[in-house]
Design a protein around this ligand. Structure first.
Ligand SMILES: *[C@@H]1O[C@H](CO)[C@@H](O)[C@H](O)[C@H]1NC(C)=O
Ligand SMILES: *[C@@H]1O[C@H](CO)[C@@H](O)[C@H](O)[C@H]1NC(C)=O
Ligand SMILES: *[C@@H]1O[C@H](CO)[C@@H](O)[C@H](O)[C@H]1NC(C)=O
Ligand SMILES: *[C@@H]1O[C@H](CO)[C@@H](O)[C@H](O)[C@H]1NC(C)=O
Ligand SMILES: *[C@@H]1O[C@H](CO)[C@@H](O)[C@H](O)[C@H]1NC(C)=O
Length: 862
């Protein structure tokens, strides 16, 4: 039955045999009072070919009803499908094992044995098992965990790893098709780059498996695939897949086999980034009826279009499904006459959407607001199909009862821990959403959307969700068993039980394991913040309460920038917490950007002098961040609530960016009199291989700006805007945003040249600096949403530096050292932040108070 399609043609012999068969059928009917269709089928004297055809049709009929899931004998298997020959058995001894069983509450101390790609024993490994292994004579790799934690591999429910590759080169953008809006027939695996550098990085963060989704440029972007990150001997994308559907490599596969889960990506709100897209109609590739006359007309897509696109596609698939069912009903009732010369209604382009209607596809639906959620819930009910997960779903926590109306059961909600407000739809997103949803009994998953959030830090994202109140067991489940079950793979991944995983060690260079604490950390209480978030539909007032005097009790540590102390009196119990200098943020465009994807909320980009004319009206002036600042921003006040008391912001742009400014993020809600700490901090320039002008052009322009030489027309024009030389002479630091080590070397040469030529010192600082391993950048540069998580980012660097960075240094890096690097020479105000329950870099701590010398204010957040 595999290979050629016998269904396509009706053999002549069948037509000739028809009268005879008909007679037989009548006789059979007369003989058997209660003949079942199957019996009449069996007794009819059809040609072998016809019998085979009928058998195939009935097999397909059975297949249309079959549901995916583990086969009955799945748990009795002795070897994984993905077992790699000659992999030694591995014994992990003396581990603290979090199994994900018992609602995420089971913790075992003991050993774990993996063999033949399966987990054979968890907790106790019986002696008899080790004796069996000895007989097999394959050797045994023993890993001493030394009490460290062992968990199931982390599962990322939403990733573009391999299709949106690192490095991000033009030849590796296979996340989306831009050819139509409804594309259920496309498959992410067709674009999977096996050389993405992120696989290794993600594995270093414990991520072993991910769902690779198409991007969000279409309503139906295509089919998704579940892949494991470890390299395979075959080195192919197919060999990295976990239990791929048979359609992967067969149109006419064996329909006697039980179906396997398939996966697909939907975008319910506006398809991202493509407010305008070339398309003739949602279905233009097949459906004449839908083809509009002029396919080259640009249509603006709104939510209204999206809604109809889905309904049109479903209506089409439903007609196919109904035709199949009608065909099968006739076959089952033995009405073969009616089916003479007819083929089973099929269409390769629409078969995946028909599978959605048959409940065999785990849908990943990208949607944000209540309006989007309402639409997908209505769609599932109109066309009667289940939806596995609603991704991003920033407003899901506001409409839990709506989620429960989804046809086929409440979907899982995969969320970011804190990446909100980058676009309007996400503006009501909340870090308390995982907790709120879990309290409503909804399954929550934390996902990366890699490379949006680096998959490597997925566990850290789950930790943040726990920090904001998601139960510790649920937080761990949110990146293990919960995503595994959301894709129908809970029988294979996400939980440590005997039967499982490929069992192949991936990280060979671990020289020590950190023994685990056995109790989860005590997280701060955010009950009031959570309640306010729901009550204000995502916009709880972020302003602090200013008080006259505070008395801190039970303080376990006080860190200061320099000597001196302050304090007045309202009693705040820090429960063993500490008081430390407020952090300084640099890199996030705080106060110049509110919603990244909404130009009307941003300062905009500075024009590039190397990319055409600068308006003469500028008169050669350099842009100042000071002039573009916006007040009252939510991101800013949340950063302040996260312990950031100084923000240094530069205008954003290519090449000549402008002059940065330092201000207090907490100043936004009052008169801005003292908002500014330093009007002008440094002059910022970017030199990049991604700019429109070549690197040598940028360096030449910089040289011209420094030395005032060059006869070229363009250079003359550039020099016009370079009235900033006085800044340099006035010892203002030149901050160059640069990633590449070769460019840095060139800039250092330029600095030497300048200094020997002018006899003056050039204060030069590199920001960016990926290749210089400048910690300052790594911890300080972030999206505007992320400035408030700065202390966790620093804590993370501190923790993973293997002792190279101590607490004092970590604090200095985010305050004094950073300011000095940017050229701040004066003494900065002594702004202090009080942490309840722990220290600045710890998850146990909550910011409760800022004592701002800058603003001459004491602000309470509790
Ligand atoms: C297991 O590891 C812990 C932590 O290092 C150690 O204290 C203990 O002695 C080890 N137990 C065994 C049986 O090796
Ligand atoms: C088709 O895929 C299956 C995995 O589902 C694999 O076992 C088989 O070898 C593949 N066949 C071909 C011809 O690639
Ligand atoms: C199809 O699968 C069934 C069930 O596993 C098996 O018995 C049968 O031999 C397979 N047919 C072909 C043609 O491979
Ligand atoms: C601003 O700072 C000055 C001292 O630098 C202080 O006298 C004044 O009260 C402050 N203004 C406000 C509104 O806090
Ligand atoms: C922290 O590290 C710095 C730099 O290595 C060192 O000078 C300092 O003594 C260390 N402080 C403590 C408390 O260990």
């Amino acid at each position: 039955m595999m290979g050629s399609s016998p269904l396509a043609t009706c053999p002549i012999s069948w037509r000739l045999a028809r009268p005879f068969l008909l007679l037989t059928a009548v006789l059979v009917l007369l003989i058997l009072v209660q003949s079942s269709p199957l019996i009449s089928f069996a007794l009819s004297h059809s040609s072998p070919h016809e019998l085979a055809r009928r058998s195939q049709i009935l097999t397909k009929r059975a297949y249309t009803r079959a549901k995916p899931g583990p086969l009955p004998r799945f748990h009795a298997r002795t070897q994984s499908d993905r077992y790699a020959e000659n992999t030694k058995p591995v014994l992990v001894r003396n581990a603290t094992i979090w199994t994900a069983a018992d609602g995420g509450n089971e913790v075992l101390t003991g050993n774990l044995l993996m063999h033949h790609g399966l987990i054979k024993d968890v907790g106790d490994v019986p002696l008899s098992r080790l004796q069996e292994l000895e007989l097999e004579n394959m050797g045994l790799e023993v890993v001493d965990a030394d009490g460290a934690w062992v968990t199931p591999g982390i599962v990322d429910l939403h990733s573009h790893i391999g299709v949106g590759s690192v490095p991000n080169l033009n030849g590796a953008h296979d996340t989306n098709s831009h050819n139509a809006l409804i594309l259920p027939w496309l498959r992410s695996i067709d674009g999977l780059n096996t050389h993405d550098a992120s696989y290794q990085l993600a594995m270093a963060g414990g991520v072993t498996t991910a769902q690779i989704l198409p991007g969000s440029a279409n309503n139906i972007g295509g089919q998704a695939f579940i892949m494991k990150f470890r390299p395979t001997a075959e080195r192919s994308p197919s060999s990295m897949l976990l239990e791929p559907p048979y359609t992967l490599n067969g149109t006419h596969f064996n329909h006697s086999l039980a179906p396997r889960w398939r996966h697909m990506k939907y975008v319910i709100s506006l398809p991202q980034s493509f407010a305008f897209i070339f398309y003739s109609s949602p279905l233009h590739l097949t459906q004449q009826t839908y083809v509009r006359e002029n396919p080259s007309v640009r249509y603006g897509i709104t939510r209204l279009d999206s809604g109809w696109n889905f309904r049109a596609a479903y209506d089409h698939a439903r007609k196919f499904r109904d035709a199949q069912d009608a065909f099968c009903t006739k076959a089952e009732s033995g009405s073969w006459d009616d089916l003479a010369g007819k083929s089973f209604p099929e269409d390769l382009q629409w078969e995946s959407l028909i599978d959605v209607l048959r409940g065999r596809v785990k849908l990943a639906v990208h949607c944000y607001e209540a309006v989007d959620l309402d639409e997908i819930v209505r769609l599932t009910n109109e066309f009667e199909f289940p939806a596995a997960s609603f991704h991003h779903a920033g407003e899901a926590y506001l409409v839990p009862e709506l989620l429960k109306k989804t046809w086929g059961g409440t979907p899982t909600i995969p969320l970011f821990a804190s990446n909100f407000r980058q676009k309007r739809e996400a503006y009501r997103g909340s870090e308390f959403a995982p907790r709120v949803l879990s309290e409503h009994g909804v399954n929550v998953v934390i996902k990366s959307d890699h490379p949006v959030v680096n998959s490597r830090y997925l566990l850290h994202e789950a930790a943040q969700a726990h920090y904001c109140g998601l139960d510790s067991a649920l937080a761990l489940l949110s990146v293990t068993y919960a995503p595994a079950t959301a894709i129908g793979m809970g029988h294979m991944i996400g939980m440590l039980k005997s039967v499982y995983i490929d069992g192949i060690p991936q990280l060979s260079q671990i020289d020590h394991y950190v023994p685990g604490k056995t109790t989860p950390p005590r997280m701060p209480n955010f009950d009031a913040e959570k309640a306010a978030t729901v009550a204000y539909e995502g916009f709880p007032p972020p302003e602090p309460r200013s008080v006259k005097r505070v008395l801190f009790m039970d303080v376990s540590g006080l860190y200061m920038r320099s000597g001196g102390s302050k304090g007045n009196v309202e009693i705040v119990d820090l429960e063993g917490g500490t008081i430390a200098p407020g952090l300084t943020s640099f890199g996030a465009p705080l106060r110049l950007v509110e919603i990244n994807h909404e130009p009307s909320t941003n300062d905009g980009r500075v024009r590039d002098p190397l990319d055409g004319d600068l308006p003469p009206v500028l008169g050669g002036k350099v842009m100042r961040a000071q002039d573009g600042l916006m007040f009252g921003s939510r991101n800013l006040l949340l950063a302040y609530r996260g312990g950031v008391t100084t923000a240094i912001t530069a205008p954003s742009g290519a090449f000549l960016q402008g002059i940065s400014t330092a201000f207090s993020p907490g100043a936004a809600h009052v008169r801005v009199e003292n908002a500014s700490i330093l009007d002008d901090v440094a002059l910022h320039v970017a030199v990049s291989m991604k700019a429109s002008a070549s690197v040598s052009t940028q360096i030449a322009a910089l040289r011209n700006m420094l030395f005032g030489e060059g006869e070229d027309k363009v250079l003359r024009r550039v020099r016009k805007v370079c009235a900033f030389l006085p800044f340099l002479l006035g010892e203002t630091t030149l901050v160059v945003d640069v990633e590449n080590a070769d460019i840095m070397a060139t800039l250092l040469r330029l600095k030497d040249e300048f200094e020997s030529h002018s006899g003056r010192r050039l204060r030069l600082t590199f920001s960016g600096g990926t290749e210089a391993h400048l910690l300052v950048h790594e911890i300080a540069k972030a999206g505007e949403y992320n400035a408030r998580n700065m202390r966790f980012e620093v804590g993370w660097s501190f923790l993973t530096s293997n002792g190279a960075i101590n607490h004092t240094m970590a604090l200095a890096l985010t305050t004094i050292n950073l300011e000095r690097a940017l050229g701040v020479q004066r003494e900065m105000p002594q702004d202090l932040v009080a942490y309840r329950g722990g220290d600045v870099f710890e998850f146990e701590a909550k910011v409760v108070d800022v004592i701002s010398e800058t603003l001459r204010r004491t602000d309470l957040f509790v």
